[in-house]
Design a protein around this ligand. Structure first.
Ligand SMILES: [Zn+2]
Length: 225
């Protein structure tokens, strides 16, 4: 990659505002909010990256709340779990308004950081919710699939990427040719965006090897539960 890396797509620290004192940080009422998006295909490490950022914020004693859509219960009902097995406690919510209500439930003092996993499954209201929270000084980190199994923009992700200060697009490795993979090939199962599959139901593929829709694994091993 020849792109400059002045930023890794991550808002590393709360800077003091223009009128704030130097050295002010997370506890300041004048802190800067922002939106970060971590996106990519299945197996690109999105959730690992979200959890890495969340862990570092917690190590800095920032207050972090992690959310996930209630629909995603592949591994655990109350945790965000990556394919690699990393996990963290998360509050499952059914909608963006439920997420906002849950955040406000803690009173006037908002968390420093809000992490949202599988953001593509949220309703479009998640865009305004993220914007509102960031305007109120919260660092909002959204992780999710940027494309669905047809290779189309997924739910609110394009709008979130548009309003975000920082966007990180991660790549997996194409299971067919080894190139950088930006798409999630659905191998078996149901049609429709809301099908939440596990590792056996998808494989990462590059642009050339991707086939929009559902395919059988030709010549591959049978899918196992
Ligand atoms: Zn390929």
């Amino acid at each position: 990659m020849s792109l400059p890396h002045s930023s890794n797509g991550e808002h590393l620290a709360f800077e003091a505002s223009a009128t704030g004192r130097p050295g002010e940080h997370a506890g300041s009422s004048r802190r800067h909010g922002c939106i970060e998006v971590v996106c990519g295909s299945m197996f690109s490490g999105k959730t690992e990256e979200l959890l890495r950022r969340v862990k570092r914020a917690r190590l800095a004693r920032q207050r972090v709340v992690l959310f996930k859509p209630r629909i995603d219960n592949r591994y655990d009902d109350v945790k965000v779990v990556s394919h690699e097995g990393l996990k963290a406690d998360a509050t499952p919510v059914g909608s963006s308004s439920e997420l906002l209500a849950e955040v406000k439930r803690h009173g006037a003092s908002l968390p420093d950081v809000i992490g949202i996993d599988e953001a593509q499954f949220f309703d479009d209201g998640i865009v305004d919710a993220a914007e509102q929270l960031a305007n109120e000084g919260v660092r909002v980190i959204c992780a999710g699939l940027d494309q669905d199994y047809l290779g189309k923009p997924f739910g609110p992700m394009p709008a979130l990427m548009c309003i975000a200060e920082y966007v990180t697009k991660l790549q997996a490795v194409c299971s067919r040719c080894g190139a950088a993979a930006c798409r999630s090939q659905r191998l078996v199962g149901m049609e429709g965006q809301l099908f939440v599959g596990g590792a056996a139901d998808y494989e990462p593929r590059c642009r050339r090897c991707f086939v929009a829709g559902v395919v059988d694994v030709a010549g591959g091993p049978p899918a196992r539960g």
